[in-house]
Design a protein around this ligand. Structure first.
Ligand code: ADP
Length: 507
């Protein structure tokens, strides 16, 4: 596996793992949602069932009390309409009382109200012989009312049939309210009649649909207890909210993992790019050092052997020696300064002074190679240049690098312009060539350490990719900057901006 593919594969594997994790998380969240909703519904059902139980028990107790009292009264010798009236006032839960003897005669009410005909018919149909003999109680439904029918022993030993009709208002007040009125919690409990109307509600239920309903049994047939939850608290809403929180946290987690991976991936890529550039740098520097050294050696050996009788040629050879040793020391300076900058040990000695002599000095040191390589140089230095606080050697080194590049990256048109002009309180020095130029997309990157424009452009041109990084560092150490733009008609223009400072104005 190649070194470049390994990280891609590792990151791919981690991405796949994260994606599988996300999918599994999503599935289990969905499953949890269903289970949690079911559980909440179950809880609601239990609450409603308990409430139904309470209502049934309270109603059973009230009916039991009523029947027991009526039975006790029926056993008294003076049992008659007056006694039943008295019972009625003590048991307001029942608004209708009917008493029949074994022969089916109605003993109470004494005067027929006319609306008991259907009741009597229902009783005849429902109350069997066995019921008379066994006694007991049962509920019948007549005209939408629930009638409690019971056979109780009479005073003379003859059984009596009593039929009791409940008063709905009293039922609500004495039974439902008592049983459910104190219900705590956020939900509302309601008792719904056969038509689904709320006969009673512990809290207002608005138009909400019940979460759970439980039938109330034959004491209140077709009636149900319903549990309502306030808006936003229904099991579905609660589960959805919870699921949204889980989902949000999960998405955040996956996003953080993904962002971490991307950041690490980029870091690793950058590191391996720097490692590659560094190894290129070592190869380039070694090559750069070799070229002037071999020239120096060749020419000095030739001179040493006295093989050059012509003084003119000899002078030329000496000039080559000087030029190549200057180039060599520039190169070594660059590498040393660069390494000092990298380790944070580079110091500059700032003193105020004029820029022009430095420009002239650099041009002078390049005079010979420029001439030899057929360059024409145009120099234009404004007369009103202010002094600048600077490290002379550093500024000279920056200019030398710019000039060296201008020569290196020139092709057929060998013309270089050096200008210096005032810029605010400072000085801008421009080195313009008519060479290969810098592609727009590379104008930022060329100032990065070890960076060299695509191989085809720089191929064949010596270089190590630290020159411009050094120029940038020097410019910034002086509070200035270096910029590059295209020269109209081809080539590039590098500008070193050196700002003036308070120290210069004072001097
Ligand atoms: P190098 O040792 O490669 O010249 P530099 O840091 O001096 O390193 O320059 C970085 C890159 O910027 C060079 O490799 C080259 O591609 C580009 N460059 C620098 N100066 C010029 C110029 N005057 N014209 C065109 N390209 C240039």
């Amino acid at each position: 596996m190649s070194a470049r593919r390994a990280p891609v594969l590792i990151f791919g594997a981690v991405f796949v793992a994260a994606a599988v994790l996300a999918a599994l998380g999503y599935l289990s969240l969905r499953r949890w949602e269903v289970a949690a909703e079911l559980q909440l519904r179950e809880q609601a059902r239990d609450t409603a069932a308990m409430a139904a139980e309470k209502v049934t028990m309270a109603l059973g107790r009230a009916e039991q009390d009523g029947i027991a009292a009526l039975q006790a009264a029926a056993l008294t010798p003076d049992f008659g309409p007056a006694v039943v009236e008295g019972w009625k006032t003590r048991h307001p839960l029942f608004d209708g009382v009917y008493v029949f003897d074994r022969q089916g005669r109605m003993l109470y009410p004494v005067v027929s109200t006319g609306d008991e005909a259907r009741l009597v018919a229902a009783l005849r149909a429902e109350i069997s012989q066995g019921f008379w003999e066994r006694g007991g109680r049962r509920h019948l439904e007549v005209d939408g009312h629930v009638i409690l029918a019971a056979v109780v022993p009479g005073a003379g030993g003859a059984p009596l049939l009593v039929a009791l009709r409940r008063d709905e208002r009293a039922l609500r007040r004495d039974v439902l309210e008592q049983a459910l009125g104190g219900a705590e919690g956020k939900g509302a409990l309601a008792v719904l009649d056969g038509q689904g109307r709320a006969v009673f509600a512990s809290h207002p239920v608005d138009a909400a649909a019940p979460v759970s309903t439980v039938p109330l049994g034959d004491a209140l047939p077709a009636w149900r207890v319903a549990l309502y939850q306030p808006a936003g608290l229904s099991p579905r809403d609660m589960v959805r909210r919870q699921a949204a929180i889980f989902m949000g946290a999960f998405v955040l987690l996956v996003a953080v993992i993904a962002a971490g991976l991307v950041a690490t991936y980029r870091l690793v890529r950058r590191e391996s790019e720097i490692a590659r550039l560094k190894s290129d740098f070592v190869a380039n520097v070694s090559h750069d050092l070799k070229t002037p050294l071999s020239l120096i050696r060749l020419f000095s050996e030739t001179l040493e052997m006295d093989r050059v009788p012509d003084p003119e040629r000899r002078r030329e050879y000496y000039a080559v020696l000087t030029r190549e040793s200057e180039r060599l020391s520039r190169l070594i300076d660059n590498v040393l300064d660069f390494s000092r900058i990298e380790s944070g040990r580079q110091r500059y000695e700032m003193t105020p002074g004029p820029v022009e002599p430095l420009i002239q000095e650099v041009l002078e040191s390049f005079r010979h190679p420029l001439q030899q390589e057929g360059f024409t140089v145009e120099v234009s230095i404004a007369p009103d240049l202010p002094d600048v606080v600077m490290d002379d050697d550093a500024v000279k080194q920056a200019l030398a690098n710019l000039l060296d590049n201008a020569m290196k990256y020139s092709a057929e048109r060998r013309h270089i312009t050096v200008t210096a002009r005032r810029e605010d309180d400072g000085v801008a020095v421009e080195v313009t060539d008519e060479g290969i130029g810098v592609p727009v997309g590379e104008r930022e990157r060329i100032f990065e350490k070890f960076y060299r424009v695509g191989r085809s452009e720089t191929q064949g041109r010596r270089g190590s990719g630290v020159g411009l990084a050094l120029v940038k560092h020097i410019a910034e150490a002086h509070g200035g900057r270096v910029s590059v733009d295209a020269r109209a008609g081809g080539g590039s223009r590098f500008t070193l901006h050196l700002p003036g400072g308070p120290a210069c104005r004072a001097s």
